[in-house]
Design a binder for this molecule. Structure first.
Ligand code: KIV
Length: 258
């Protein structure tokens, strides 16, 4: 799929499903690109997946800039999306622009921010200033202190209606994509029908235009509990552990080097 976001709108109109995955470093980004993933997200989940933190709140803009730059060097075909980390954009649209510009200079082609209605003004500001934006709604991990944990969202009719209203307002403000995490499948499908731009789902059922998963969940590298909606396509942790054990053993028993 093209790096030209206009083609993503076309894919939506034509009903072509798109795939996203997170990547945080050069080798995995290169593999994801070669595997034909349409988009690569440098997610602030890197705080949990590669830095061992319990949540994403401690991730800094400098860290996002660094990981975006090393992923961007590896990717030829996929669209590169980078997360604005907690504390780098919420204060004002101008603060959001400054942070987005840093991620775009590092190689991001679209930035992602979390939040519904309160982010509409910021999305409009960024969109009017050459920054393509993906708005992340539903279970927004930067809000876990307010949610009381990683909890599914949109479960009551009122909460579902709010999500739909927020998605429409964000798309009208200029969001080029809307990512929905851990919300009911029927709500995600309704949002997908209601807005002209592509929707990306994670734990939001099959009715979205695109899907995203966290790389470590897909490769079985998440050594903590992966979310129920994720699917591991390989038990990467076990295979790598086995290889490392074998190497240590070969050194101990003088089988390596020969
Ligand atoms: O940071 C991340 O990996 C994300 C995905 C969960 C969508 O935002």
């Amino acid at each position: 799929m093209s790096k030209n976001i206009a083609n993503w709108d076309k894919a939506k109109r034509e009903g072509r499903k798109l795939s996203f995955i997170t990547a945080y470093d050069h080798p995995f980004a290169r593999m994801a690109d070669a595997a034909g993933l349409d988009g690569i997200l440098i997610g602030d989940s890197l705080g949990m997946m590669i830095a061992g933190s319990p949540d994403t709140l401690g991730v800094s803009l400098e860290q996002m800039e660094y990981h975006t730059s090393i992923v961007a060097k590896a990717v030829q075909k996929a669209l590169i999306m980078a997360d604005l980390p907690f504390g780098s954009y919420e204060e004002s649209p101008a603060q959001a622009f400054a942070a987005s510009a840093r991620l775009m200079k590092a190689g991001a082609e679209i930035v992602k921010l979390e939040g519904g209605a309160p982010m509409v003004e910021t999305v409009a500001f960024l969109s009017a200033r050459a920054v393509p934006v993906c708005a992340h709604i539903g279970l927004t991990p930067q809000h876990i202190r307010q949610f009381g944990g990683f909890k599914r969202q949109g479960k009551t009719p009122e909460a579902a209606a709010r999500l739909i209203e927020d998605a429409i307002a964000l798309a009208q403000a200029g969001a080029r994509m809307v990512l929905m995490e851990a919300i009911p499948a029927d709500v995600a499908a309704e949002i997908t029908r209601s807005i002209p731009v592509p929707t990306i789902g994670i734990g939001a059922g099959p009715g979205t235009d695109a899907q995203v998963l966290v790389l470590h969940d897909v490769l079985g590298l998440n050594m903590d509990r992966a979310p129920g909606f994720a699917r591991a396509y390989i038990n990467g942790a076990a295979l790598m552990q086995e290889a490392l054990t074998k190497y240590a053993e070969d050194v101990r028993t003088s089988k390596f080097p020969e």
